[in-house]
Design a protein around this ligand. Structure first.
Ligand SMILES: C[S@@+](CC[C@H](N)C(=O)[O-])C[C@H]1O[C@@H](n2cnc3c(N)ncnc32)[C@H](O)[C@@H]1O
Length: 490
């Protein structure tokens, strides 16, 4: 067992930025044990010096430390902004010259391929063909999977059946292979965001997507990465971070812009005097969308990729209390497949364990297994008809499936059972907004904001590790409640 993890944590952080604190330490321990065994290093110090000079071995270690959680059409509002507005606008500005888009931290490829599909759906081939899609990640196993273009149902949580049928064909027992016509549109390259070295393949971008990556870095690393990204971008390039990451990335490197309620950054042309997200935000005019004919994909041919090791292995023989704690750790690490296996065994072992049932429902929502999530949540409601957590999880399930009316009913029920549950109040507001009920939505945002003052429980007392970013949600509440300036960061 390795007692002193610090030199390994420092090495990883200095080379690629990843912070391995808290639960990350357990991941690091498992990864070190696996790689020391595989590389035949008998001691931690021998392995540390090996890592110092062997970049291939470092890459192998990194593949065990990254979190590759992603799916097609994640945060679709942003993808629509890129493909329906920013791309046509920039193409207009560039007078026909090609555009370059980078998916930075692309994981297994769902993000760049989603853009490729959306562009094909929204633009004529003569126009979409001018967009060059490039994607990069530090994890070479994730890149291999991305290049292969083979996916499981888990990757389609946010994809309509129609799109899946048009662009994928069944492969194996449960898999889906991406059509060559989409696969060929994306070039994948190995990329370390923290490295300032810029080769021609990964330079001159008009748009960079850096979504759901910055959460693994501290502020200094995020700023260093933003400077590197800026150097890879054209002078008026645009940077998008994940919807909940805006505030944490408003670091003065780029200028924040708001358009249609969504935020992105531009490479600053003028000094950034105002750094507040609200005061710095600049409105941009909307651009019309061009409709496109539907394309029929061809069948792809790609090599299978070996499965990745799993730490720790799922076990069916753990006592429920210990098992539940282990499952919570897996959920916090976003290791939903492992968590689902463990929780299934816990629920089977003790049908009366409502905490396990709730956590299982939460995990199944994340995996897109909504029917199972709902079964578990309804079991909890049979046990306790006033369970706020069950109502919230049913709301999440309905919302993820695009059923805003059902989501509205569940979030209202949750608020009815516990009016001070900020998660229920916030998602009630989001759902009302999605249903164009502007005034009730504003009221709900204001209530959520009140509940988010002070030091609220990040899990809103639901007993489920939600992993929601409080500061970002506060910011969004402020914005949508129409009170953004009053409480905004100065
Ligand atoms: C959670 S995934 C995000 C995938 C996708 N952007 C999305 O939003 O769905 C984060 C990815 O960032 C990658 N990553 C982490 N550190 C990196 C670094 N220093 N350079 C490049 N990629 C990195 C990880 O390997 C992982 O695949």
């Amino acid at each position: 067992m390795i007692v002193d993890l610090q030199p390994f944590k420092d090495l990883v952080r200095n080379r690629c930025g990843l912070m391995l604190e808290g639960n990350g330490e357990e991941t690091l321990k498992g990864a070190l044990a696996a790689r020391m065994h595989a590389s035949g290093c008998a001691s931690a110090s021998a392995y540390l010096s090996r890592l110092g000079g062997d970049s291939a071995e470092f890459q192998e270690l990194v593949t065990l430390l990254t979190i590759n959680e992603t799916y097609f059409f994640r945060e679709p509002e942003q993808l629509a902004l890129v493909t329906e507005k920013l791309v046509p606008r920039l193409l207009g500005l560039r007078a026909g010259a090609p555009l370059r888009i980078l998916s930075a931290g692309c994981s297994t490829g769902e993000e760049p391929y989603s853009i490729a599909m959306a562009l094909m759906d929204n633009l004529d081939e003569s126009v979409s063909g001018k967009v060059h899609l490039v994607a990069g990640d530090i994890d070479h196993l994730a890149l291999a999977k991305a290049r292969a273009g083979h996916y499981s149902a888990f990757s389609f949580r946010g994809t309509s059946d129609d799109r899946r049928q048009r662009y994928f064909s069944p492969i194996g027992r449960h898999g889906f292979a991406l059509a060559d016509v989409v696969r060929d549109k994306v070039q994948f390259h190995h990329l370390n965001l923290l490295s300032p070295q810029i080769g021609p393949d990964l330079a001159d971008f008009d748009i960079v997507l850096f979504r759901n990556v910055s959460i693994y870095f501290d502020t200094a690393t995020r700023e260093a990465i933003q400077r590197n990204l800026s150097a890879r971008m054209k002078p008026d390039g645009i940077l998008l971070v994940g919807i909940a990451e805006t505030l944490a990335n408003d670091l003065g490197v780029f200028r924040l812009v708001e358009e249609d309620g969504l935020f992105f950054f531009t490479k600053a042309k003028a000094p950034c005097a105002a750094r507040s997200p609200v005061r710095a935000a600049v409105k941009m005019p909307p651009v019309p969308i061009k409709a496109a004919p539907v394309k029929v994909p061809t069948k792809p041919v790609a090599a299978p990729v070996p499965p990745r090791p799993v730490f720790p292995p799922a076990s069916a023989a753990v006592p429920n209390a210990d098992g539940l704690e282990a499952a919570r750790v897996l959920v916090r690490d976003e290791r939903y497949e492992d968590a689902a296996r463990l929780l299934r065994s816990l629920v089977d072992a003790d049908a009366a364990d409502m905490d396990a049932a709730l956590l299982y429902a939460h995990v199944q929502n994340h995996r897109g297994a909504f029917a199972e999530a709902e079964i578990q949540a309804h079991r909890v409601l049979e046990h306790d008809q006033f369970s706020v957590a069950a109502a919230v999880l049913l709301g999440f399930s309905a919302r993820s499936q695009g059923d805003h009316q059902a989501a509205l009913r569940w979030f209202k029920q949750a608020v009815y059972c516990r009016h001070d549950c900020w998660v229920a109040q916030y998602y009630l507001a989001e759902t009302l907004r999605a249903l164009d009920q502007a005034e009730p939505a504003k009221r709900a945002y204001r209530l959520a904001l009140q509940q988010l003052t002070g030091a609220p429980d990040p899990d809103a007392g639901l007993g489920v590790p939600l992993g929601l970013p409080l500061a970002e949600i506060r910011f969004l509440c402020e914005r949508h409640a129409g009170a953004a300036v009053a409480n905004g960061r100065r």
